[in-house]
Design a binder for this molecule. Structure first.
Ligand SMILES: Cc1ncc(C[n+]2csc(CCOP(=O)(O)OP(=O)(O)O)c2C)c(N)n1
Ligand SMILES: [Mg+2]
Length: 523
């Protein structure tokens, strides 16, 4: 962001470029030699001094369009990244097969049962990190984490449960057809699947709103000594389009005011909603960063994958960072819907310095520069930072590609949200892209795929969940303890006429009932 004049908000004129350069060089030297923390400290001191001297400073809650966590600060993922990649591929395949089969095999419904492939495709890495390393089920040692799952990515969650042996092939074949309680609900639906889904989320905006109060309630239970909820986290997955619902942002200031450090929002910034861009001419990540930071949240941005790191390390004069910042979301989407040559020309080619930076790279290498949400190591590091943050709620703004891996059938396309009928050729490309061991002769049936129980993948899958206390999502249907209904005697004070024979309002009566109930320790 360039400086503005303190009085009229217009771009400021640099009256002494030499002096400006000296200040900039001093800052760059501190960042390089002493690190970002020292630079942060010095800037805070300068800003405080300026504030004390009544220097007007326009407010900006934004950082650059780069990852919040520097590569050197990343916590390393302890998992087996290759095995996780293969498991994820099988889940992607089964999720796709579920939706495509449901639409192909039900011509009586016009072959249009719906369901979504593209959203889970963009979220698969983020789910993988959570299920393999972070999300606790309820067990002897842990009360269990709460998962608010973006509703229309349910096929991906079913695909995992199928590999885990919690759902059968028969159930997957009944996706979106909950006949006789056999099938799977389209969206997280605790009433239709009472032992599976914890929270209903598909009406966009309700998940994030409910989750804030859930996190608040967990803190309350702990503070009152009613339950130990100390290690429990509330994880909330939202779409970037979903953040435009008023409910999504409606209570975020409460979360910060109450210091809900048990709350983690993950916003899947694939820059797309149902049928078009979320912000064609702006940048949704920057906009949300401002909203959340301004409301007192800890914000972690994960925008670029590891193969961008060497380029950013060489970006001494900030040309690449400036290009990243100046490019709007509509253009980022156009790049993803094209190819490496297009990205070289229309992105890096905007500045001779950035074009030169990628001169040694092939078009394919340029094409494979990933968005941050598809880098398992970086997703792990972002989650790790979020769960260890104290005193504030955290929001992770993670940039992804909608329809990741779907190639021409959808990747980055405006229509991908509604893609549910792939051609035979698309399915073959999908199989090859993710190395699914299904022969050509079987492909027309789009069979589900599950490796044998004794394979390293399956053992790893179960071992990870065992280490985290069991399978998720899972809902407890029965309360652990029954309670005694208080006798009518408890409410005597409310039931008997007042001494003066005065009538009381319904509200007063209700409050008195509640007061008696809260005092009654037996119930
Ligand atoms: C209140 C509400 N309105 C409309 C819908 C229908 N709907 C389902 S997904 C979707 C678009 C979601 O876009 P985004 O939040 O960006 O999620 P993505 O699939 O891109 O991750 C819409 C409009 C809904 N579920 N809830
Ligand atoms: Mg989206």
């Amino acid at each position: 962001m360039s400086a503005t004049d303190a009085h009229n908000g217009q771009p400021a004129v640099d009256v002494d470029t030499q002096e400006t350069r000296e200040w900039m060089d001093a800052l760059v030297a501190v960042i390089e030699r002493e690190g970002p923390e020292r630079a942060h400290f010095l800037l805070e001191q300068l800003l405080e001094e300026a504030r004390q001297n009544s220097i007007d400073m326009p407010f900006s809650a934004n950082t650059g369009y780069v990852n919040t966590i520097e590569p050197a600060e990343e916590a390393r993922c302890p998992g087996n990244i290759e095995i996780e990649e293969r498991l994820r591929a099988y889940m992607r395949w089964n999720a796709m097969a579920m939706v495509v089969k449901a639409n192909r095999h039900n011509p009586e419904d016009g072959g249009d049962l719906g369901g979504h492939i593209g959203s889970f495709a963009s979220l698969a890495h983020m789910f993988g990190a959570g299920f393999n390393h972070f999300w606790h089920a309820e067990s002897e040692n842990h009360g269990g984490d709460c998962l608010y799952i973006q509703g229309h990515v349910s096929p991906g969650v079913y695909a995992r449960a199928y590999l885990e042996g919690r759902l059968t092939e028969e159930q997957l074949l009944h996706f979106r057809q909950e006949v006789d309680g056999k099938g799977l609900s389209s969206y997280p639906h605790p009433k239709l699947m009472p032992e599976f889904w914890q929270f209903p989320t598909v009406s966009m905006g309700l998940g994030p709103l409910m989750a804030i109060y859930q996190a608040r309630f967990l803190k309350y239970l702990h503070a009152r000594g009613i339950a130990n909820t100390e290690n429990r986290k509330v994880w909330v997955f939202c779409g970037d389009g979903e953040m435009d619902e008023v409910e999504s942002l409606g209570a975020i200031s409460l979360a910060a005011r109450e210091n809900l450090d048990n709350l983690i929002f993950v916003i899947n910034c694939n820059l797309q909603r149902l049928d078009g861009p979320v912000r064609g001419n702006g940048k949704i990540v920057q906009e949300l960063e401002g909203e959340f930071r301004g409301s007192g949240w800890n914000v972690i941005k994960l925008l670029w994958g590891s193969n961008w790191d060497p380029l950013l390390a060489r970006d001494k004069d900030g040309a690449l960072r400036k290009l990243m910042m100046d490019t709007v979301d509509g253009d980022y989407q156009a790049f993803k819907a094209n190819d490496g040559a297009y990205v070289r020309k229309h992105f890096f080619g905007r500045d001779p310095k950035t074009l030169e930076m990628v001169a040694h790279m092939t078009d394919d290498e340029i094409w494979n520069l990933r968005r941050g949400g598809h880098d398992p190591q970086k997703v792990y590091a972002a989650y790790h930072r979020a769960v260890n943050h104290k005193g504030q709620p955290t929001v992770l703004l993670i940039k992804t590609v909608k329809g990741f891996g779907m190639g021409k059938a959808g990747e980055g396309k405006n229509t991908v949200h509604q893609t549910k009928k792939l051609t035979d050729e698309d399915i073959k490309i999908f199989r090859d892209r993710f190395n699914i061991p299904i022969p050509d002769s079987e492909l027309a049936k789009i069979p589900f795929y599950k490796p044998a129980d004794d394979t390293p993948e399956m053992q790893y899958l179960h071992e990870r969940r065992k280490a985290l206390g069991g399978y998720l999502p899972k809902r407890r249907v029965k309360a652990d303890e029954s309670f005694t209904v208080p006798s009518l005697e408890t409410f005597k004070a409310v039931l008997e006429p007042t001494a003066e024979g005065r009538e009381i309002s319904t509200t007063q009566a209700y409050v008195r009932f509640l007061t008696q109930l809260l005092r009654d320790h037996a119930s």
